[in-house]
Design a protein around this ligand. Structure first.
Ligand code: MG
Length: 379
């Protein structure tokens, strides 16, 4: 990477992670050549990005979107075409939702390394994705701050006893269960530490996001669920930690900025000054607090552990039901507290498929979304 530019495509370049990735690349522009940029419906921003970065390919959900001199592709097929292009050294998968899964698998089949910011890839198909990555010798470098932290701490996974994933606790950490249940969309969207997309911000308020991260960590690092611990850490300075067999704990710390893990993932194994704006100061931070998560207040976290342990299609079901319920909350159709109730009810009724194929995963996802919408209608 020192001599040659790393060739990168960004799936979801107009989203929260995608735009921050381009900010990272701006700082170390001589290290990268952008092969493709893709955006869903924000074609105005995608056009601006194309004019600035001049990728070879661009892909959107708008069939009429065209840019002179750049090969324009469309929809899922376009994403898969980009991921089949072996010119890429690495693909940053920063789209949100299940549309990230198939293109990621395509990239893995083509031996292209992945900087992974899409949760659904591992939550829906972690067994398949990790097996394929191993088979094809593909590196999956996590972008999410927690997994990125663990990735930085691990030297030899066989010597690790426990993963310790930190959670800020979100906006309702000091609120009552009642206050949380009846929270407005605005309250739920005002996360104290991280500025993220809407869906993940709601998941962070209920701690479902942490539950999804536990499932991802299980797949990424091959750890048993009983050896993955979640701890509330309101300052979001310790991004996660691991405990070795001998009791040594290694944690990764830093100011809460997504630029750092994004840069780590797309430049791995090298490091550059890049986006670093100030030096880390323990004395300025002064204190770090930790506490156990309260399952009675954040039952979604327990639900995710249970679904993870059940395995198979259980996590697909939980994820799809939760996502539909979050959308319904954002649309003002249900209360925040209903998200868990709906997700739990749908997940408990689900008949698990043990080793689902990719087709079965998508079929389960469709069925569950229909069932969840019906349940929401009745509320
Ligand atoms: Mg995270």
């Amino acid at each position: 990477m020192a001599k040659n530019k790393r060739k990168i495509s960004i799936l979801g370049s107009t989203g929260s992670i995608g735009t921050q990735a381009l900010e990272v690349i701006d700082k170390i522009a001589d290290k990268f050549e952008i092969i493709a940029l893709t955006g869903g419906n924000n074609t105005d921003l995608l056009k601006q990005q194309c004019e600035k970065y001049k990728p070879k390919y661009v892909c959107s959900n708008d069939k009429n979107f065209k840019i002179n001199g750049i090969k324009t592709l469309y929809g899922n097929d376009g994403l898969e075409e980009i991921c089949s292009n072996k010119e890429n050294d690495i693909i940053l998968v920063a789209v949100s939702g299940k549309i990230g899964l198939k293109p990621t698998l395509k990239a893995i089949e083509n031996g292209i390394d992945i900087a992974l910011a899409n949760k659904e890839t591992l939550v829906m198909a972690g067994d398949i994705v990790m097996a394929k990555a191993k088979e094809n010798g593909v590196k999956i470098i996590p972008v999410d701050s927690e997994h990125c932290a663990i990735h930085q701490c691990i030297k030899n996974i066989t010597q690790v006893d426990k993963l310790i994933i930190t959670a800020s606790g979100g906006p309702f950490l000091r609120k009552t269960v009642e206050e949380m249940h009846n929270a407005t969309v605005k309250q739920a969207l005002s996360h104290p530490r991280w500025n993220m997309g809407k869906k993940i911000t709601i998941d962070s308020a209920t701690l479902m996001n942490k539950g999804l991260e536990v499932i991802e960590a299980h797949h990424l690092f091959g750890m048993d669920y009983d050896d993955i611990e979640v701890v509330i850490h309101p300052q979001s300075i310790v991004h996660s930690a691991i405990e070795y067999k001998d009791g040594s704990v290694i944690a990764q710390l830093g100011l809460p900025s997504m630029h750092i893990p994004i840069q780590y993932a797309i430049t791995y194994p090298e490091r550059f000054e890049g986006i670093k704006s100030k030096s880390f100061s323990f004395s300025e931070i002064a204190r770090l607090d930790f506490e156990k998560p309260d399952y009675s207040k954040f039952p979604a976290l327990k639900l995710a552990y249970d679904a993870g342990k059940l395995g198979g299609s259980a996590t697909v079901c939980m994820n799809s039901a939760n996502e539909e319920a979050v959308f319904a909350f954002l649309d003002g159709k249900i209360n925040l507290g209903d998200i868990y109730k709906i997700t739990a009810e749908i997940t408990q009724k689900h008949t698990i498929i043990k080793n689902p194929s990719i087709d079965e995963i998508f079929e389960t996802d469709n069925e569950i979304r229909i069932k969840t919408k019906e349940l929401i209608k009745g509320i």
